[in-house]
Ligand binder design. Structure first.
Ligand SMILES: [Zn+2]
Length: 303
C-alpha cells in the first residue's frame, strides 16, 4: 500500500487504522507543509515506529522534468534529508514521481540515493509476475493500481488473487481518505472503504507478504544477488552464509531460506541469536528468515 502526498486523512484515519491492524504501508510524503506546521511529522513518526515506511515525494510536488536540473535535484535531495532528519529510523530509500512525470535525467538523480521509484502507470493486472525487473531501471518505473472511490472490495480481492497467482509485487496507490470530519481531496476514498480493504488484506496475510515498498524491493534484489555458500557440514552441525555483493547497510532485509527437515532437534543461530523457524505443512521443509552476509550456524541432535 502506498499513500501519496501526506494528507489530513493519512494522519487522522490511515495511520491509526494500519497501526491498529499491524499492517505496514509506504507514505510518499511531500514535505512542503513542514514549514508552517510544528506537528507535521508526528504521525509519520508513529507510522515509522510501527513498521511503515516514510518515503520521498519531493518538497513542493513539481513536475520534475519541467523544472531545471538544479531545482529538481534540490527537490529530491532536500526532501530526503528533511524526512531522515525528522523521522527517526526513516531510510527514505524509495521515491514517487510527483504527477508520475519523469525523464532520464530525473531517474538518474533519483537513482543516486534511492533503491526504487513508483510511477502512476497502471499494472498489467493479468500478469503480476515475480520477474517484473528485466532491466535494473525497472526498479525506477514500478507500476501501480490506482485505488479510489470507484474501486470495489471485489476488485481488490481480484487484484490480490492475480498477485498471489503470479507471485509478483502489487502496489496500490492511494490519495485522500475522508470521513464526515475530513474533507474529500484528490482521488477521494471513504474511511469505510479503507478499513474494508485493510481487513481484506489482513485476512490474506498467511499467503501474501504485506510490506513497505523498500522491504519488498530489498528482498527482490537480495534474492537475485545472494548465493548460499556452505562453510561447514558435519553430522551434528552446519555453517553457511548468504553471500551478497550488495551494501549491507542498505540491503538489510531478511531472506527466507528453505532447508530439508533433518528429523531431529535443531537450532539455528545467526550473530549469536536464535533464529525462529517453521515447518512446511507436509513437514518436509524448514523455513527460517536470515540476513545476508552473516554466518548462520545450525546444530542437530537426536530426538
Ligand atoms: Zn503526489
Amino acid at each position: 500500500m502506498t499513500f501519496d502526498d501526506w494528507l489530513e486523512g493519512h494522519e487522522k484515519i490511515v495511520v491509526p487504522a494500519i497501526v491498529k491492524r499491524k499492517l505496514p504501508a509506504t507514505f510518499f510524503v511531500s514535505v512542503q507543509g513542514a514549514k508552517w506546521r510544528r506537528d507535521f511529522f508526528d504521525q509519520m513518526r508513529v507510522a515509522q515506529a510501527n513498521g511503515s515506511e516514510i518515503a520521498n515525494h519531493t518538497i513542493t510536488h513539481p513536475s520534475l522534468p519541467s523544472i531545471s536540473l538544479e531545482k529538481a535535484k534540490a527537490e529530491i535531495d532536500d526532501a530526503r534529508k528533511i524526512i531522515m532528519d525528522s523521522v527517526p529510523g526513516a531510510e527514505c530509500l524509495t521515491f514517487a514521481y510527483p504527477m508520475g512525470t519523469k525523464s532520464n535525467e530525473v531517474i538518474d538523480m533519483v537513482k543516486k540515493e534511492h533503491i526504487a521509484a513508483r510511477t502512476v502507470n497502471p499494472f498489467n493486472e493479468n500478469n503480476i509476475s515475480y520477474d517484473f525487473v528485466l532491466d535494473s531501471l525497472d526498479y525506477y518505473r514500478i507500476s501501480t493500481v490506482r485505488v479510489w472511490h470507484i474501486v470495489t472490495l471485489e476488485k481488490i480481492v481480484q487484484w490480490l488473487d492475480y498477485a498471489e497467482a503470479g507471485g509478483g509485487m502489487l502496489t496500490f496507490m492511494m490519495h485522500s481518505v475522508y470521513n464526515d470530519k475530513i474533507e474529500k481531496g484528490w482521488d477521494a476514498m471513504p474511511e469505510e472503504f479503507l478499513t474494508g480493504m485493510l481487513d481484506t488484506l489482513k485476512s490474506r496475510e498467511d499467503s501474501i507478504w504485506i510490506t513497505a515498498l523498500a522491504s519488498a524491493v530489498k528482498y527482490h534484489q537480495e534474492k537475485k544477488a545472494c548465493t548460499i555458500k556452505i562453510l561447514k557440514e558435519e553430522k551434528s552441525k552446519m555453517e553457511f552464509i548468504l553471500e551478497s555483493p550488495l551494501d549491507p547497510l542498505i540491503y538489510n532485509q531478511k531472506l527466507t531460506i528453505k532447508m530439508r527437515n533433518p528429523d531431529c532437534h535443531m537450532e539455528i543461530r545467526q550473530d549469536g541469536l536464535k533464529v525462529d523457524f517453521t515447518f512446511s505443512a507436509n513437514g518436509e521443509w524448514v523455513y527460517a528468515n536470515v540476513l545476508p552476509g552473516k554466518k548462520i550456524k545450525v546444530k542437530y541432535w537426536a530426538y
